[in-house]
Design a protein. Structure first.
Length: 486
RNA sequence: GGCGGCAUAGCCAAGUGGCUAAGGCAGUGGUCUGCAAAACCAUUAUUCCCCAGUUCGACUCUGGGUGCCGCCUCCA
């Protein structure tokens, strides 16, 4: 089995070929740190978290780099507004980002380089471009000469003439061509600056990714990722910079994920229709958010609704209930096997089917379908298990439950103790209710007395009373149990 | 205007040139129960936006149309 990925560069799904066998060098564009991250950023980190986990699961070693852009116009502006330094501001939001990552349960990249810590590398790269006449200096600014780079626009499928026709580019007298972009910007008084051959200034937006990826991964590496909105101009410009300087191919595989939308509109800072990760996690546990994000393929838009979150939550409860049921089975039995061939196969093939789905361009939606399919099968089996089950069947159920947890780990779900998960959930809701367990037990005792007297009206009345307070009761041969209605 | 993507049941969402069009949520009928709940069983798209073409055969390929979204300015 080979892993195939959709490559933006070629526009096709293709087998993932790496430069070094069984090693993947991955560079993901991180955030510009001037504010809290929203759900769209969360999707980005979750998607690459899953990809890294899966590649490692499939036996590859992965060098995972995600940068911080900690100097740019927005940071300068925001710092001025808050009467602080760009350094303080960016450090504050890097810290916030790290907190968010921990809350989301994401792995930490192997390296999280910052632009401001790579100024010498950036200057060196610009000097190379200057020497090749791919860049020019005007009044302390340095621009990239896009007309000199023959493949400019190849990644995003545009050409310079079309883009100029679009004419949405602010024409600057300093530029030879309106499409030329800044590599180095001269600084205004009061702005953070670094010394350079072109005078005091700071790097442009795109150059740090070229400089840092080169430093840590070399001129050519395996996968470069980010949101679809980075294809143009950010990644296009990175290619122009890196390939212009090195003369070698920059990246073999480009992976771009889709946006999170609200009411089918892109969630973005400029539209103001965003929900920060923090706000989100106050409302829903991270595991539910992960399930929601992975319920759609990473390249399609993902529309956020409370209904969708509710669906994810119900689905997760279903998975944990299934795991809890298996955990509650006896350890041993001496009966005959009762699991049919078809069901047995379904359970045994889970891992294989899960991998097939993820091999196919990380199709998490399909993979989750297989998980639910197995959950359904396990539920069916446990429900029909005879009083003295077969040892073989018990072993298969335990094994399947472990497989569920193992594949769940790739998505960052199902890692809690199932019984504890369900209890914690009950308790959380219970804490917000206006009834104590003692009161509930008291009412159930009263109801059971009524039932013994066959006073069904009274019994039903108590049950209805409890239900109003979100308490559901279950009568069974071994007594009455209750749970919070979720 | 240029470039790209999407359109599958009430909602969400996979998928394939021909075998039953996954799965989740919601709904309905049944088993169980004093009645319920939970769980389980069954059931819910003769059909995949519309039109034309290619093909023995298309939802899947080609062309056209419609609608929605994104990028072209900062953006994950």
């Amino acid at each position: 089995m080979t892993i195939s990925t959709y490559n933006t560069r070629t526009g096709k799904k293709e087998p993932l070929a790496t430069i070094k066998e069984n090693h993947v060098n991955l560079y993901v564009c991180g955030i510009t740190v001037y504010d809290y991250c929203h759900l769209g950023h969360a999707r980005s980190t979750l998607v690459f978290d899953m990809i890294v986990r899966y590649l490692r699961y499939r036996g590859k070693t992965v060098t995972f780099i995600r940068n911080f852009t900690d100097i740019d116009d927005k940071i300068i502006k925001r710092a001025a507004e808050q009467n602080t330094t760009t350094e303080e501001l960016s450090n504050r939001f890097i810290q916030a980002f790290h907190e968010d990552m921990i809350s989301l349960g994401n792995l930490t990249p192997d390296l999280e380089p910052k632009a401001t810590e790579h100024i010498p590398e950036i200057i060196e790269l610009i000097e190379t471009l200057m020497a090749k006449e791919l860049a020019y200096e005007t009044e302390g600014d340095v621009y990239y000469r896009v007309e000199r780079f023959p493949h400019y626009g190849a990644l995003s499928g545009r050409n310079l003439d079309d883009m100029m026709a679009g004419a949405r580019i602010a024409v600057s007298a300093k530029k030879e061509n309106p499409m030329d972009f800044a590599l180095w910007k001269s600084s205004k008084p009061g702005e953070p600056t670094w010394e350079s051959p072109w005078g005091p200034g700071r790097p442009g937006w795109h150059i740090e990714c070229s400089a840092m990826s080169k430093k840590y991964l070399g001129d050519t590496f395996d996968i470069h990722g980010g949101g679809k909105d980075l294809i143009f101009p950010h990644h296009e410009n990175e290619i122009a910079q890196s390939e212009g300087a090195s003369g070698k191919p920059f990246v073999n595989t480009w992976i771009h994920h889709g946006f999170v939308t609200i009411k089918d509109e892109k969630m973005s800072k400029s539209l103001g229709n965003f929900l920060t990760i923090r706000e989100m996690l106050e409302r829903y546990p991270a595991e539910i958010l992960r399930l929601f994000v992975f319920s759609a393929h990473y390249r399609t838009p993902l529309d956020f609704t409370d209904q969708a979150m509710h669906d994810a939550e119900t689905g997760l409860d279903r998975m944990y209930s299934c795991l809890a049921a298996v955990a509650g089975l006896p350890q041993s039995g001496s009966g005959a096997s009762a699991i049919g061939k078809k069901d047995r196969q379904k359970l045994e093939k889970l891992e294989e089917r899960f991998c097939q789905a993820l091999d196919n361009d990380f199709n998490t939606a399909q993979a989750l379908g297989h998980i639910f399919d197995v959950v359904k099968t396990i539920n069916k089996i446990t429900h029909h298990l005879p009083e003295n089950p077969g040892q073989e069947d018990l072993d298969l159920l335990t094994k399947s439950s472990n497989t569920l947890k193992r594949v769940g780990e790739i998505l960052g779900i199902l890692q809690q103790e199932p019984v504890a998960y369900l209890q914690a959930k009950q308790q959380k809701v219970l804490a917000s209710l206006e009834i104590s367990p003692a009161e509930i037990d008291n009412l159930i005792a009263q109801r059971n007395r009524a039932r013994d007297e066959k006073n069904w009206d009274r019994a039903d009345q108590i049950r209805a009373e409890l239900l109003v307070k979100q308490i559901e009761i279950k009568d069974s041969a071994s007594g009455t149990t209750w749970q919070v209605k979720i």
